[in-house]
Design a protein around this ligand. Structure first.
Ligand code: C5P
Length: 237
């Protein structure tokens, strides 16, 4: 299949840099194939636990070679020293976005932010962004006050952004207007939602104040990922 060029997508470079491709696969060959095909629509490649467990730092280097910013979604949660050191490795490897669980508490979050930023600076790289996970979408028992509490914690610890559901965007924007808002659960109108009960379209997420949109199965498991991306983003720009 011929690879599409950026010019044919209709997405501006600025909009493309707000799209993160979730490479939730266990094989670097498959991840590379998807990343190469979908590069015209995405500026950021998200490597999660599945791909990182399978391929480790090779996955990061492959995505950097394709020109992506790397989003390492390891959702770190451990003692502060361990998180500081792990985040430091990510910073030195050239990761731009790294996730940590806000439920790990202020000392852990601060240690992670420091380790991440200091290593990137030592390597002469631009300042990266630590992202806090407030609540997993699978945690349907989480009480309502937990998102604002964890958001406050994340901001005080120096996290530059948070991952939240589209339904939390308005509150998050009011409470922390300068914090980057990262939103998963993106689907085309009327598409299969899988396990994303709060799915929104790209335009809805952007209108509600999302800065970075995480898109996975809506394109990665489509029979034709390129056509799926073209259809998903057709209403933007
Ligand atoms: O649903 P989709 O495949 O687009 O998911 C993309 C990303 O969204 C996943 O990599 C995961 O990090 C996140 N996710 C989530 N809640 C779910 C399922 C996935 O936040 N219920």
């Amino acid at each position: 299949m011929a690879e599409s060029t950026g010019a044919s997508t209709g997405l501006s470079d600025a909009m493309r840099d707000r799209m993160a491709l979730a490479l939730d696969v266990d094989d670097l060959v498959e991840a590379n194939r998807l990343a190469r095909q979908l590069r015209p629509w995405f500026g950021v490649a998200k490597i999660g636990l599945e791909l990182f467990t399978a391929a480790g730092p090779d996955a990061i280097n492959s995505m950097l070679d394709l020109g992506y910013d790397v989003f390492l979604d390891l959702k770190l949660h451990d003692i502060p020293t361990t998180v500081r050191k792990s985040a430091g490795v990510a910073g030195a490897l050239g990761v731009t976005y790294l996730t940590m669980h806000a439920s790990g508490g202020p000392a852990m979050l601060r240690a992670g932010v420091e380790g991440f930023l200091e290593s990137a600076h030592r390597a002469g790289l631009p300042t990266p962004t630590a992202l806090a996970i407030t609540v997993l979408t699978s945690d349907s028992d989480a009480p309502a006050h937990i998102v604002p509490n964890r958001l406050r914690l994340a901001v005080e610890a120096g996290c530059g952004g948070i991952v939240c559901a589209a339904s939390d965007l308005v509150d998050v924007r009011q409470m922390a207007p300068r914090t980057m808002r990262v939103v998963p659960g993106i689907r085309a109108v009327g598409a299969e939602r899988h396990d994303q009960p709060k799915a929104v379209t790209p335009a809805e997420a952007i209108d509600a104040g999302a800065d970075l949109l995480v898109v996975g199965r809506a394109v990665t498991i489509a029979d034709d990922p390129v056509a799926a991306a073209a259809a998903l983003f057709a209403e933007l720009d």
